[in-house]
Design a binder for this molecule. Sequence first.
Ligand code: ZN
Length: 154
Amino acid sequence: MPARLSPHFTRAEFEIGSRGGPVPRRSLTEYALGCLCASVLEPLRMELGAPLTISSGYRPSDPGQHGKGEAADLKFSHAPVLRAEAFARLYRWACEGHRIDQLIVYTDSAHLHISHTTRRPNRSMVLVAYPKAGGGYRYESVVPETLRDAGLDG
Ligand SMILES: [Zn+2]
């Protein structure tokens, strides 16, 4: 199988980071990663007009979406992701039918968790994660449809 999962993303990019590991060849995981790239990461790269840096992709022992090849954490090198302008842009993008399951903005580290699944309908969830004093995060849900109705997304 090719090392490339899509035009701009390679298997190796998903195998790095803490708890990362080799993607099993010809597996459902590899298929899921290919779908994540094609449906979400390639369009996002095009929207932002800049390469995306994956800080954590596939994590073999993760019981969540990172362990299924359905999620990637991204670092943005070109702009702080939390600027209102950038966030509004991501938001609009998430509303445009890119089949996002979850898009989570981490306010403390300017990284973005993004996922896509083929196992069930994608949820189009946009969340902001705020660090809690004792550790962990508090997640606040933002529903794109609600913002659209309120005229806040444009
Ligand atoms: Zn993540």
